[in-house]
Design a protein around this ligand. Structure first.
Ligand SMILES: [Zn+2]
Length: 80
């Protein structure tokens, strides 16, 4: 099994998941993780183990989406 993570996916590529569909350009909505109220008194919201939840404003991302199975790949390099 190939585990190459550097396989280049471009618009028009064959879907790496189902090998049937064609990857087409699309828009995906990304979640934003936000810190809530500290879990324990004395903690700051940046303490280890704090609860985070998806609550921020969504982020619009460009993605490649398979037209057969719906598998999508976010087309972003170096996610911060
Ligand atoms: Zn597919």
């Amino acid at each position: 099994m190939s585990t190459s993570a550097t396989k280049k996916l471009v618009k028009g590529s064959q879907c790496p998941k189902c090998n049937k569909g064609i990857m087409k350009l699309g828009i995906a909505l990304g979640n934003t993780l936000v810190m809530g109220i500290p879990d324990f008194p004395g903690n700051t919201i940046n303490s280890r183990g704090q609860t985070v939840h998806f609550g921020g404003p969504g982020v619009k991302l460009t993605c490649l989406k398979c037209d057969a199975c719906g598998h999508s790949v976010v087309k972003v390099r170096g996610i911060k």
